[in-house]
Design a binder for this molecule. Structure first.
Ligand code: SAH
Length: 261
């Protein structure tokens, strides 16, 4: 019997209906799969039933990694590492289809890292990830909405996002305190070009520092008191950060980059 470690956010998925839903989002035949945080391998089993070409899993817990090696033998390749310390571009020559039911603080961190590090060669074709429901709502939000923010803007810049389903705490063992949501992401073929994704991160960080205040202050801070960019792209400086749509943040970032080049 495996004792779940709280420090590694171990809540194992035990609901076969949810596992089936997750592995049926795509046809996995001939795909190269990366699963992060496979735990005891419940989702891994579901994935293997769909005849993928290769399955690579990354599990930080040493004991679980060993258990997975014994359980699946040569059907999967187990890497006993922390996903935050892995260079995803070096994992495979083929594009990967990624599954993950990770601890919730890590899912957000990892999603941001992946978006900000996306290069010309994109190492994944899809991401199927579990989030805390409230975080998923922030990711799929839209402007003029309470949950709209940095995460929404960053994710929607490079990814098409689809909500698959909510997952009750009862679907896990041990039961988490919160509801979860499965999201499905695909890299956008066409996206707004920026010189450096870090600039979008910076602009959204400064704009959303005070959600309830007018954007005048952060705007003037970034554009050295010059109103012309706001006039050019049609921003009302009396609005609040959540009132500007995705495109406006991208245009703002581009203008910010132009000023510095
Ligand atoms: N996917 C499994 C387990 C979910 S629990 C299931 O659905 O049943 C989360 C898993 O992520 C645990 O196995 C935990 O050990 C692992 N994990 C936690 N932090 C990790 C990290 N930084 N890198 C890789 N795996 C991690």
């Amino acid at each position: 019997m495996i004792r779940a470690k709280k420090s590694l956010g171990q809540n194992f998925l035990i609901d076969q209906n949810i596992i089936d839903k997750i592995v049926n989002i795509l046809d996995l035949k001939n795909r190269n799969i990366l699963e992060i945080g496979p735990g005891t391998g419940n989702l891994t089993e579901g994935i293997l039933r769909k005849s993928p070409k290769k399955v690579l899993v990354i599990e930080k817990d040493y004991n679980l990694a060993n258990l997975l090696k014994e359980k699946f033998e040569d059907k999967i390749k187990v890497i006993n590492k922390d996903i935050l310390r892995v260079d995803e571009n070096s994992l495979s020559d083929q594009t990967l289809t990624v599954f993950g039911n990770l601890p919730y603080n890590i899912s957000t961190e990892i999603l941001c890292k992946w978006i900000l590090n996306l290069e010309q060669k994109i190492w994944f074709d899809s991401l199927i990830l579990m989030f805390q429901k409230e975080v998923a709502e922030r990711i799929i939000s839209n402007f003029d909405n309470k949950s709209y923010g940095r995460l929404t803007i960053l994710a929607n810049w490079r990814l098409d996002i689809e909500k698959i389903c909510d997952v009750s705490p009862l679907s896990f063992q041990p039961k988490p305190k919160i509801k979860s949501t499965v999201l499905f992401f695909k890299p956008k073929k066409k996206f707004f070009l920026l010189k450096n994704s870090k600039n979008l991160e910076k602009i959204t960080r400064i704009f959303f520092m005070h959600r309830r205040k007018m954007i005048k202050k952060p705007y003037f801070q970034l554009f050295n008191g010059d109103e012309s960019v706001a006039l050019k792209i049609g921003i009302d400086l009396n609005s609040r950060p959540q009132n500007l749509d995705f495109d406006t943040y991208l245009k703002l970032t581009k203008e910010f980059e132009n000023l510095r080049s």
